[in-house]
Write a protein that binds this ligand. Structure first.
Ligand code: P1T
Length: 388
């Protein structure tokens, strides 16, 4: 299903999945059209006119988006869902049964934890620091079915050795899933590192403009793909045609956006590292970051997400935020505009305070989604809010 005839990432991002129909009588669209029809005619009962019957099962715009995303992850199949969590939910339904055990990175998006704990009751979940892959060996049990990785993690920007973990999991018959939201397929392709499935919240870098909610599951495992496709169709959390259209549009500029996100993030990380009011900066692009080498090995870039800890108290962190003029205080990430948030009171407020503390999410930890503005303006804004 994925088209492999183009080698370069941007060439594939722009062309894969939506070749122009040059047959006589076709309109010759250069851009895949937005198909809104919910239903399609049949020539006679039992004989549909085309491969399309009903929008939930299949839609030309969504199919084109799925083909493009699969091509970018070097995968055979991609399935597009209405949100990242809808995609995660479908994957859990496809592979997990009550009594199964999951090993997950201890630092995960809060919503993923809620799904594992509150929606899928009857699971056993061990949250461990997978940046040390021996923690995985210690956590595995006879009933372990799934290894759930985010790398880098949200919000502590920790990294694990995906290939080493996937190899260990495979020898034990455990499926490896990697949430690739933070680096996107431009910087990291987990299937090539041995993972079985990739999860995306396409709400972030894939959409890229903070205006479309979506998620996806990407795999080259045909059996798993069939199960996921069946759940998508039967449970119904599909991505709409318009949102598919927007994601196609987003993917075309992914490479140039990710490069600029990264350039800006590095400038900001360097600035913050040298500032006396900043206790520590978590960004693997800094050469002294503990994950710098592993990211260099398994990815082609460090991305646009960073976190940092201010010296002082929660009140100091709130005062700092209140003086920012360019960074918006908001959840989510991956859009054009720079965002900042306080995980302990925002994205991760639902995580048990004890667990938060153990992971390192302190009251003054700030997470930044570095946008595409001019780095000098972003740094000026930080300087002002830091009181320089
Ligand atoms: O919001 P949704 O599209 O359902 O995706 C959930 C999700 C999954 N995985 C990761 C790594 C995520 O960061 C998210 C959503 N995260 C935020 C909204 C946030 O501010 O971190």
């Amino acid at each position: 299903m994925a088209e492999n005839k183009y080698n370069g990432f941007s060439t594939r991002a722009i062309h894969a999945g939506e070749e122009t129909d040059r047959r006589a009588g076709s309109t010759g669209d250069v851009v895949v059209p937005l198909h809104l029809s919910t239903t399609f005619i049949w020539d006679e009962p039992g004989r549909a006119h085309s491969e399309f019957e009903y929008i939930r099962s299949s839609n030309p715009t969504r199919n084109a988006y799925e083909r493009k995303l699969a091509a970018l992850e070097d995968a055979k199949y991609a399935v597009a869902f209405a949100s990242g969590l809808a995609a995660e939910n479908a994957l859990m339904q496809a592979v997990l049964r009550p009594g199964d055990h999951v090993v997950a990175f201890d630092d995960l998006y809060g919503g993923t934890r809620r799904l594992l704990e509150e929606v899928f009751q009857g699971l056993e979940v061990s949250y461990v620091d997978l940046s040390d892959d021996e923690e995985f060996d210690r956590a595995v049990k006879p009933n372990t079915r799934l290894l759930w990785i985010e790398s880098p993690t949200n919000p502590m920007i920790k990294v694990c050795d995906i290939a080493a973990l996937a190899r260990k999991a495979r020898t034990k018959g455990i499926l490896t899933v990697v949430d690739n939201t933070f680096l996107s397929p431009y910087f990291q392709r987990p299937l090539a590192l041995g993972a079985d499935v990739v999860v995306h919240s396409s709400t972030k870098y894939i959409g890229g403009h903070s205006d479309v909610l979506g998620g996806a599951l990407v795999t080259s495992d045909e059996g798993l793909h069939e199960k996921i496709r069946s759940i998508q169709n039967n449970a119904g959390a599909v991505l709409s045609p318009f949102d598919s259209y927007l994601n196609i549009r987003g993917l075309k500029t992914l490479a140039v956006r990710m490069e600029r996100h990264q350039q800006n993030a590095l400038r900001i990380a360097q600035f913050l590292s040298a500032h006396p009011r900043v206790a520590r900066v978590l960004y693997p692009g800094l050469p002294d970051n503990p994950y710098h080498q592993v990211v260099k090995r398994q990815a082609t870039g460090f991305g646009g997400m960073l976190s940092f800890e201010l010296e002082g108290s929660l009140e100091d962190a709130k005062a700092f935020i209140s003086h920012l003029r360019l960074f918006s205080l908001a959840e989510s990430l991956g859009g054009m505009e720079s965002l900042i948030e306080l995980p302990s009171l925002m994205t991760h407020v639902g995580v048990d305070p004890e667990v938060r503390r153990a992971i390192g999410i302190s009251d003054t930890l700030l997470r930044v989604s570095v946008g595409l503005e001019d780095a000098d303006d972003l740094i000026d804004d930080l300087k002002y809010a830091l009181g320089d």
